[in-house]
Design a protein around this ligand. Structure first.
Ligand SMILES: [Ca+2]
Ligand SMILES: [Ca+2]
Ligand SMILES: [Ca+2]
Length: 851
């Protein structure tokens, strides 16, 4: 009898396997897969610096869209970015048993838990296994969570034990107050909540509870059933933080070990689902003379078609077939197959669209003027809106008031900040911790979707603007900038060159650091986490009154305030920062010479002072060996160009040739071209050097081309793809800028297509979608970006987003219905300036090519 029973069970198990052979399978890339569903189990992990970015844990790619994340044991109902995240102790992929299990650990509570995911039926089982019971402090706190992307479910319904409920379009569920003594601390004891001195925190209340949730039964692409014997709660995470997701959560039982909890999750799979092809092309269009290639991204189960068609749309709306062309098979790249469609032969100016497999793209132009002035929006709108220490007006709208009138205090010692800054046990200044450093409330830009001054990115932007000015001499004046009254007005000429005004604005901030602190600092940023996540007008992050310790918090005498909200200056000195600031100030002093002679002189003095300080200290070796070369190479180069003094030239040339001849450490970063850093110095100095230098350089330029080709040929887009942690638009643009100089100085080595290709990618010829990554540029462009207005699900025109974030093991993503993923959508100043450069470059090339 016993034997019979066992063999029946065995047969039953076999039958189970067979009957569900269409269901989730563990694939070679170690995630579970069936057409329409991918279940990732800790393929992606929490970020060690920025923690919960909603790209880790048990995740679901549902009919091609990542809609579920954060499957984990968490200590909060609706975890915020800076709430404690578990470390991943181990991850086991058991192919024989078709399971993936991970051990999660909360060090602070000595609490381990194992999550085991196994396909079952049409879905999968999540089991929580504990060796030791939930620690006392975490009873009622530790729970199994899964997070669901709000816009994926908007305008849809869910069912809680059969009762229909609308997904909240905007959060307005309940919270309650708990005493701070009950709060589980956040990362490094920072706090996201401004309790106004009341020692309390907020806890969200569930919107509904059930043992069976069915999300979106009305939408086959999004329908998910979750069942458990344990009560599950449904929360709206946005009630505490605008970037929160919907959360389903069960509290772990107390006092239990072993398999303490199970959830069964069944995402609907549309039978034989095949992802719609993505037909990608440049949303700004093409010039007649340039190469025109669309890239078609196909589901791996899709059958490639041999033709695609280009239609022209006439003025009276007629659609005329212009080219029915053969598609070329490029092959597999990561999770998709690719075709290319070359329609370069079509040169007539006009309006076109591409048709493939019955799908029509939006219309785009072919015309010799398509690249004209594409940088204007970034220069006229986006960059001015980022200006710190100014009020910025546009027509009837104030983008922001004048922020940080109360800059800034010396940062405290031995402090670990939440935005990557830190201080050691010395200030490297004459200031005591929290002492006011005068003169810093001037110039600079919000470096990104946050509002700090990052000195490093300021150096890059000033240098980029100088490079643009010296290469293309743009003469555009569409912005009114008055440093005296701290007022910027968009679309209003003031008789002054906008680019030089922006150089001036950056230099004012950098010179202020050196003149007041004695050297460039790491950065200037708010000290409280509850300030840092600010959304909206930066003029309201602080009270703009200098801190006065003699007053109580939230008390003011009208001139100062007792609220400790002034920004902190992270002052740790490094020769890398000294030299890179010296480089950009030396460069800026050239273009400011006639525009603002006094500032030009001060900038050069600061640069020379930093040079002398560091040369005397012999600190030149810092950061060597990381592919950066000598930290003084760029400073020597710029000081040489500015002063033409031989001593700088000698230092530059020695370091430069050494850098080119040293095999760079290949960091194995995708998209990395080892020689490109050295080669960009070469192009900066090229106009100031003789034929002997140019000839000596040539073999290295050939080597660059070889490396660039090798990296670019790895994907169908013909550009160096990157994108881990931070998507790859900047390196792609840097590559195209280098190519511009190769083409300019060694036209026999590279043609102009190497430049266009970089921008085509930015403008839409990329994976995942065909949207332009520059807000408002192109027929179809980013509608939501991670700017300071992200909570309004909108953009700031001209902002350039990082692009496609690479999620392990094979998924490129750039969401356009959810602005809060900074690695995909955060427009930053150092992405704007390469775009402005490149946009000038193609404007010039198109003029020459299409004469
Ligand atoms: Ca920042
Ligand atoms: Ca102007
Ligand atoms: Ca203040």
């Amino acid at each position: 009898m016993k034997n019979y029973f066992i063999s029946t069970l065995f047969l039953f198990a076999l039958w189970n396997t067979f009957s569900y052979s269409q269901e989730l399978k563990l694939n070679e890339l170690e995630y579970f897969e069936t057409p329409g569903i991918n279940v990732l189990v800790y393929s992606n992990r929490y970020n060690p610096i920025f923690f919960d970015e909603k790209t880790a844990g048990i995740e679901l790619i549902h009919h091609g869209v990542r809609t579920v994340t954060g499957g984990a044991i968490r200590l909060h109902n609706t975890p915020e970015q800076w709430d404690l995240v578990p470390s991943i102790v181990d991850r086991h992929v058991d192919k024989a048993n078709n399971t993936i299990s991970t051990t999660l650990r909360y060090d602070d509570f000595d609490f381990n838990s194992e999550l085991k995911v196994t396909p079952k039926g049409k879905g999968f089982l999540i089991q929580v296994i504990l060796e030791k019971p939930v620690p006392q402090q975490l009873v009622g706190r530790a729970g199994l969570n899964m997070e669901f992307l709000p816009p994926a479910y908007w305008e849809s319904i869910y069912m809680a034990d059969g009762k229909p409920r609308l997904f909240p379009r905007y959060p307005s569920s309940d919270t309650y107050i708990r005493p701070k003594s009950e709060k589980i601390h956040q990362i490094y004891d920072h706090t996201t909540f401004d309790d106004r001195g009341r020692n309390e925190f907020l806890e969200p209340v569930p919107i509904s509870t059930a043992k069976t949730f069915v999300l979106a039964p009305d939408n086959p692409e999004r329908r998910i059933t979750i069942r458990s014997e344990f009560e599950m709660m449904f929360f709206d995470g946005r009630i505490l933080a605008q970037n929160g997701w919907y959360v389903v959560r069960s509290i772990l039982p107390a006092g239990k070990t072993g398999n303490v909890m199970e959830w069964y999750v069944e995402p609907n799979a549309i039978p034989d689902w095949i992802r719609q092809p993505v037909i990608s092309f440049s949303q700004v269009g093409y010039t007649p003379a340039q190469q025109k290639t669309a890239v078609i991204e196909l589901d791996k189960n899709d059958t490639p078609l041999s033709t695609a068609t280009l239609y022209q749309i006439t003025a009276d709306g007629k659609e005329v077939k212009r080219l029915s062309g053969k598609t070329d098979v490029w092959g597999r790249y990561l999770r998709y197959n690719y075709l290319t469609f070359d329609f370069s032969s079509v040169k007539d100016p006009g309006i076109y669209y591409i048709e493939y497999g019955g799908q029509k793209t939006n219309a785009f132009p072919i015309d010799k003027n398509v690249y004209d002035g594409l940088w204007h929006t970034t220069m006229d709108v986006w960059l001015p809106v980022q200006m710190d220490h100014m009020t910025v007006n546009e027509g009837y709208r104030i983008w922001h008031g004048t922020p940080y009138e109360d800059d800034a205090l010396q940062a405290p010692l031995n402090h670990k900040h939440f935005d990557g800054y830190s201080m050691g046990d010395t200030t490297d200044t004459r200031f005591k911790p929290f002492e006011r450093i005068p003169g810093l409330n001037v110039g600079g830009w919000y470096d990104a979707g946050d509002f700090d001054i990052q000195t490093g990115s300021h150096n890059t932007v000033v240098m980029d603007l100088v490079k643009i000015f010296e290469t293309f001499a743009p003469n555009r004046d569409m912005t009114y900038i008055d440093q005296q009254t701290k007022y910027t007005d968009l679309h209003r000429p003031d008789g002054k060159n906008d680019m030089l005004q922006q150089v001036e604005h950056g230099v004012l901030a950098l010179v202020a650091q050196i003149e007041n602190v004695g050297h460039p600092v790491r950065g200037i940023i708010v000290g409280n986490l509850h300030q840092y996540h600010h959304l909206g007008d930066a003029a309201t992050i602080t009270d703009n009154l200098p801190y006065n310790p003699n007053l109580k918090p939230y008390e003011s005498d009208g001139l100062s305030s007792g609220t400790m909200d002034d920004r902190w200056v992270f002052t740790t000195r490094s020769s890398f920062m000294d030299y890179s600031t010296a480089a950009s100030l030396a460069a800026a002093s050239r273009v400011l010479k006639d525009f603002n002679p006094d500032l030009s002189r001060r900038a050069l003095k600061c640069a020379v002072d930093m040079w002398n300080d560091n040369i005397n200290k012999k600190q030149t070796n810092e950061r060597r060996g990381f592919g950066f070369g000598n930290p003084n190479i760029s400073a020597a180069l710029q000081l040489y160009i500015t002063t033409r003094e031989e001593k700088y030239r000698k230092v530059f040339e020695d370091a430069f040739w050494e850098l080119l001849n040293t095999p760079a450490i290949n960091t194995n970063m995708p998209g990395n071209i080892p020689i490109s850093n050295g080669i960009s110095y070469a192009f900066a100095v090229y106009p100031y050097m003789d034929a002997e230098f140019h000839n000596k350089l040539r073999p290295f330029v050939l080597k660059y081309k070889e490396e660039a080709d090798a990296v670019a040929s790895q994907s169908p887009y013909g550009v160096p793809m990157g994108g881990r942690g931070w998507a790859g638009n900047t390196p792609i643009m840097t590559w195209a800028i280098n190519n511009y100089f190769v083409h300019k100085y060694y036209p026999d080595i590279m043609d102009a297509e190497y430049v266009y290709r970089g921008l085509n990618y930015i403008f839409g010829c990329h994976p995942y979608s065909n949207i332009s990554f520059v807000a408002t540029i192109g027929a179809k462009s980013k509608k939501m970006t991670y700017g300071n207005n992200r909570a309004d699900f909108t953009f700031i025109a001209g902002g350039v987003v990082p692009g496609l974030l690479f999620l392990q093991p094979d998924f490129y993503e750039n969401k356009d219905d959810w602005p809060f993923l900074w690695g995909e959508n955060e427009a930053i100043i150092t992405t704007a300036t390469p775009y402005i450069f490149l946009s000038h470059a193609v404007e010039e090339l198109a003029r020459e090519m299409n004469k």
